[in-house]
Ligand binder design. Structure first.
Ligand code: AMP
Ligand code: MN
Ligand code: MN
Ligand code: MN
Length: 286
């Protein structure tokens, strides 16, 4: 039996074939509906092309649909992900900013393929493109799926331990958007900015505090406290920090597809006490 602790089953972070998910926006919404999700956001990497289709499908299933996106950011030499919720997908600075981020992905893919070729892995560029839904969204997950298919690792999770990350073969550094632009686009479009999966960045105490201060100063709204990669301790930790900074909290599975994700859609633990959910004042809750 699936155990969901929310009275409202809410999932505000997942991916479709528009970026590096395995299900189309419609398939994703249908899976969410079967799993009792009542409110969901689609948050593809750097792209909003799946929102209209997902919204239609969600409305047909009486799911409250939230326009979302997960934006790739470079900050102090690191890559961070910022989720935007309730964005306006027509807001020109956001549309333009996302197009610019996507434009960098094809060059980075060539650089990744060149790095892999150095250790004797040939054909990875075409191989990765064979796994992509939309060519403009080529990313590391598509390289990871190619490497699994070629037998270099048993699954996508283990590929990332050996390849594609800083210090390992197949890594290519890349400049994404700035934190200030990203929060600005999200805010400017009427949305809320959320620091996605903070536990994954491995930030020391001081750097994390700097990030929180900057994020807050730029107009950031929330921290993703519940996500599949957080331990129970990390959940408590980030909930306390959200509270201390007067930031709201968000939750999402970061679902990419059956068999590839630790949490399925809408299979999320509860917030610790004292959190202010990012949806607390959304008045269109079904
Ligand atoms: P990219 O935006 O192209 O750099 O790809 C980032 C994506 O790679 C993330 O959104 C995840 O889907 C995937 N990814 C990164 N690190 C890992 C990991 N350690 N295990 C599984 N997937 C990962
Ligand atoms: Mn991803
Ligand atoms: Mn992410
Ligand atoms: Mn994600």
């Amino acid at each position: 039996m699936h155990h969901t602790c929310f009275m409202l089953n809410i999932d505000l972070h997942c991916h479709s074939t528009i970026s590096d998910g395995l299900l189309t926006p419609i398939q994703l919404v249908e899976r969410a509906a079967l799993r009792g999700v009542t409110t969901m956001a689609l948050t593809d990497h750097d792209d909003i092309a799946g929102l209209a289709e997902a919204r239609n499908a969600a409305e047909a299933k009486s799911i409250t649909f939230i326009n979302g996106v997960e934006i790739s950011v470079s900050w102090r030499g690191r890559t961070l992900h910022i989720v935007g919720l309730n964005i306006d997908p027509e807001y020109p600075p956001l549309v333009e900013g996302l197009a610019n981020i996507r434009a960098g992905r094809s060059q980075r893919a060539e650089n990744i393929a060149a790095e892999l070729a150095k250790i004797g892995i040939q054909g990875s560029l075409e191989g990765a493109y064979a796994h992509v839904g939309e060519r403009r969204l080529i990313g590391r997950t598509h390289f990871a799926r190619f490497l699994v298919e070629q037998g270099y690792a048993k699954d996508v999770k283990s590929v990332f331990k050996k390849y594609l990350v800083k210090g390992k073969p197949g890594y290519a550094s890349h400049e994404w958007a700035t934190l200030s632009d990203t929060v600005g686009w999200i805010r400017g479009s009427g949305g809320r900015a959320v620091i996605a999966h903070p536990g994954r960045y491995g930030l020391g105490k001081n750097i994390w505090n700097d990030l929180l201060q900057e994020f807050y100063a730029f107009g950031g709204s929330a921290i993703e406290v519940i996500t599949s990669s957080h331990t129970p301790d990390q959940v408590q930790h980030f909930a306390r920090h959200a509270h201390a900074m007067n930031l709201m909290t968000s939750c999402g599975s970061d679902f990419h597809g059956p068999g590839e994700s630790f949490f399925d859609l809408g299979q999320l633990p509860e917030f610790p006490a004292g959190c202010t959910p990012v949806w607390h004042d959304w008045n269109h809750q079904g």
